[in-house]
Ligand binder design. Sequence first.
Ligand code: PRP
Ligand code: URA
Length: 209
Amino acid sequence: MDNFTVLSHPLIKHKLSILRDKNTDVKKFRELVGEISTLMCYDATRDLPLSDVEVETPLTKTVCKHIAGKKTAIVPILRAGLGMVDGIIQLIPSVKVGHIGLYRDPETLMPVEYYCKLPSDIEEREVIILDPMLATGGSALAAIEYIKRYTDRAIKLMSIIAAPEGVKKIHDVYPDVHIFCAELDEGLDENGYIVPGLGDAGDRIFGTK
Ligand code: PRP
Ligand code: URA
């Protein structure tokens, strides 16, 4: 499938197995979301453009590479996407962070928007949307639609677990959005939860249940 990548690094797979475990406590869950996000970020930024920069080492001048232009912007979908932010900042300390507040109505499963704030120079940056769960895809689709009002630059979506239904929903509308996940699960249950999944990511990150 084009623009869809399941990250297969053994460290990611191992950490994901602990993340899924219902007995993993809040502290460990948060740490794992951060660590997995850092590892996913390494792959999701593999295609960042480079430009030449002259550096003087203790021995001589040499031409090295650095990341060209303005750095990426990340946009976590509140709440659960917040759990991924620090893991990305570990690798891209100067990244700008927008926020999109969406929750999924438990009856209709439709996303409800309650907050949006994007970096003012968003149109000059590649954007990575962060949300640990891509279930029906309604929340991610709403976030992409919102961000596309402000920029024509590439948008990536980083989700720790994706369901096939969510991937299809995004790519039916936006085949150009590259989706990165740590695992593609079987599907959704009758309540729209990913199976086998990990439960409610927001509740597990923030300890609200
Ligand atoms: C969860 C999750 C995604 C959304 C995925 O958020 O973090 O944002 O559901 O479901 P979808 O693909 O079917 O839209 P939730 O609505 O539980 O809000 P929260 O992050 O505030 O807990
Ligand atoms: N949101 C979650 O947090 N978990 C799911 O399985 C589906 C949506």
